[in-house]
Design a protein around this ligand. Structure first.
Ligand code: GAL
Length: 625
């Protein structure tokens, strides 16, 4: 597709056909050029096993094609029909405490159940056969938000196969899982279970491996469908959902999709969270295209209640994604549903219909995106944050030294501080080539492999600046503590050793005036210099020259103000723009300036507005969109 994609999930199966005609007229008015069709339409496409009713979808796709609207056609496998669940009760999800769920919502399937795998492949093949050459087809949207957990016997069998491939022998598995503790030694593969509900604390290595397994198992199911759709020659993706509960390693998955697609529903500070989500997506895509596949029109869901977006807010947050490299912005969903579980989820056409502020803003945003100058949105940055699923997942285990340890919160804080500083960071991983960066932050990188530690060490030796925060480099990939003083993997690099963790009951003030919260440690310096000390005079923040570079260590959780001071300490230049202004410069020179404040900040930069200056390729300057 030329230009940016704009549109949303379109669910015509929920509406009579006369509404479809109004839909396409309104889509044209709003400059919608791509809609995601059929995500939850399985029971309307296959009302009985092997009986397909494609006639309505034929008419929908023809109507869209006639109106120049392209289709991101979904396989409906995230919501099997009731007939399927009744015919194959063994394919229904089993929770960790052994409850087999019943159909009646969505995502009630087990990806390891053979009947589900076969049914999913059949419906994907039927769609590929029927629509593979349809002129409206622009993209395949496999499934929806992979992330469903199951603990049934099919999963147990698949988990054992995965473990056999990973460890080869039971001895290796017993060693990796430290099964000597609490008499968990396995003498037969058949004894190994998914982490079902158990008496007290589960084994952390088993729990972490189960998440890794679920990620790989779901990825294999994605691949099943992708390989069926591949002969159609149309790009294939699946929409990534983000959250602590999601057992998906997006680094691994991103390599398997033709373009990265994310769903983004900020629940707190939307400006900061949108920038975070967009930087993750761009980093996962690694120079390949990515798209914002879903966001909420008109309202923000804050966890407790919905909040109407302020005038211009929807456009502003969308522009953050475009500015950070997205090839389009889509919504869930086109038309708000009358009934059903998500009847109160907003739509691009809300319940009030097109005569509404939301639709008016949706149309204005569509025009804006259609008129943006074409450009290739590559962003070069020298700063990165390490993002690691093993550490995130391992730090969700019970039995850690403090319940206040929160990996995502720490990573978000690092990103937030950089965002406020006017910096656009990438995310990266210790297993990646990190040599192009000059500064890398490692917040709470609890799990690290020997190779990952060597990569970080070489990065510093070659002149990089690494900022390591507490609970980094503590365990190996099996969550076994690296012995001899923390952080075992990075002691030499940091020039220190920690002999005790000292989680805090109350905040402390460091010698630098920064506020330390949640966590502290007893450090012994073996080469590092103290830059900030605790009230008792022991080191809190340190710096260590290693080779041509510098490794910093922050042994506590700073407040946001303290983190801003840390950026100054490490030598990051002060922000060039006033607070609340986001400026993103692309490799081709195109510059996006977004004003998140309520005041006018210079010519053309109205409150909540944005300006796009085309890069040097196009000569005009200063045009406001
Ligand atoms: C997404 C999902 C959509 C819709 C939306 C709003 O996570 O993919 O189908 O449910 O949330 O809740």
């Amino acid at each position: 597709m030329e230009g940016l994609c704009y549109g949303g999930d379109y669910n015509p199966e929920q509406w009579p056909e006369e509404v479809w005609r109004e839909d396409v007229a309104l889509m044209r008015e709003a400059r919608v050029n791509l809609v995601t069709v059929g995500v939850f339409a399985w029971s309307r496409l296959e009302p009985r096993e092997g009986v397909y009713t494609f006639d309505w979808l034929d008419r929908v796709l023809d109507l869209l094609a006639e109106n120049g609207i392209r289709v991101n056609l979904a396989t409906p496998t995230a919501s099997p029909p009731p007939w399927f669940s009744l015919a194959h009760p063994d394919a229904l999800t089993v929770t960790a405490d052994g409850v087999r769920l019943t159909h009646g919502s969505r995502d009630t399937y087990c990806v390891s159940a053979p009947a589900y795998q076969e049914a999913a492949k059949r419906i994907a093949a039927a769609l590929a056969d029927r629509y593979g050459e349809h002129p409206a087809l622009a993209m395949w949207h496999v499934h929806n938000e992979y992330g469903t957990w199951c603990h049934c016997d099919h999963v147990a069998a698949a988990f054992r196969i995965w473990l056999t491939a990973r460890y080869g022998t039971l001895d290796a598995l017993n060693e990796a899982w430290t099964t000597a503790f609490w008499s968990q030694y396995y003498s037969d593969w058949a004894q190994i279970m998914p982490p079902r509900k158990t008496q007290y604390l589960p084994n952390p290595a088993q729990t972490l491996d189960f998440r890794r397994f679920l990620s790989d198992e779901m990825l294999a199911r994605y691949r099943d469908q992708r390989d069926i759709l591949r002969p159609t020659g149309v790009p294939i993706t699946t929409n990534f959902v983000f959250g602590a509960w999601v057992p998906v390693d997006h680094w691994r998955w991103s390599a398997e999709v033709d373009l990265v697609a994310i769903d983004d529903y900020p629940s707190g500070n939307a400006a900061e969270e949108s920038a975070f989500a967009a930087d993750l997506a761009r980093s996962w895509a690694r120079e390949r295209p990515w798209i914002l596949m879903e966001q909420a029109a008109g309202v923000q869901y804050t966890g407790r209640r919905m909040r109407a977006k302020d005038p211009g807010e929807m456009a502003r947050h969308t522009m953050q994604h475009i500015a950070r490299g997205a090839r389009g912005a889509m919504f869930f969903q086109w038309r708000a549903s009358r009934g059903g579980a998500e009847q109160w989820h907003h739509g691009m056409v809300p319940h009030a219909g097109p005569a509404s502020r939301t639709f008016h803003e949706i149309s204005a945003l569509g025009r804006t995106l259609a008129e943006l100058p074409p450009h290739t949105p590559a962003i070069d940055t020298e700063i990165a944050i390490l993002w690691d699923y093993d550490s995130w997942w391992a730090l969700q285990a019970p039995g850690l030294p403090s319940t206040e340890i929160d990996y995502l919160d720490s990573v978000r804080q690092t990103h937030r501080a950089l965002w406020r500083n006017g910096t656009v960071p990438d995310f990266t991983h210790p297993s990646h080539d990190i040599s192009r960066y000059r500064t890398i932050f490692a917040p709470n990188l609890y799990v690290i492999t020997d190779a990952g530690a060597a990569n970080l060490t070489a990065f510093v030796a070659q002149g990089g600046t690494l900022i390591v925060s507490y609970l980094t480099g503590i365990t190996d990939e099996h969550t076994r503590v690296r012995l001899g003083g923390h952080p075992g993997a990075l002691r030499d690099l940091l020039g220190l050793t920690i002999d005790e963790f000292r989680p805090l009951d109350a905040p402390l003030t460091l010698s630098t005036g920064q506020t330390a919260t949640r966590w502290s440690e007893s450090l012994h310096l073996t080469g590092a210099q103290a830059v900030a000390t605790y009230p008792d005079g022991t080191p809190a923040i340190t710096r260590h020259a290693h080779g041509a570079g510098t490794a910093w260590y922050v042994s506590t959780h700073l407040t946001d103000d303290g983190y801003a001071d840390l950026l100054t300490m490490i030598g990051l230049p002060a922000p060039a723009d006033p607070p609340g202004v986001e400026r993103i410069v692309h490799r081709d020179g195109t510059t996006y300036t977004i004003n998140h404040t309520t005041t006018t900040l210079g010519p053309g930069l109205s409150p909540g507005g944005f300006i796009v200056h085309p890069g040097p390729v196009k000569a005009e300057t200063g045009q406001e969109w």
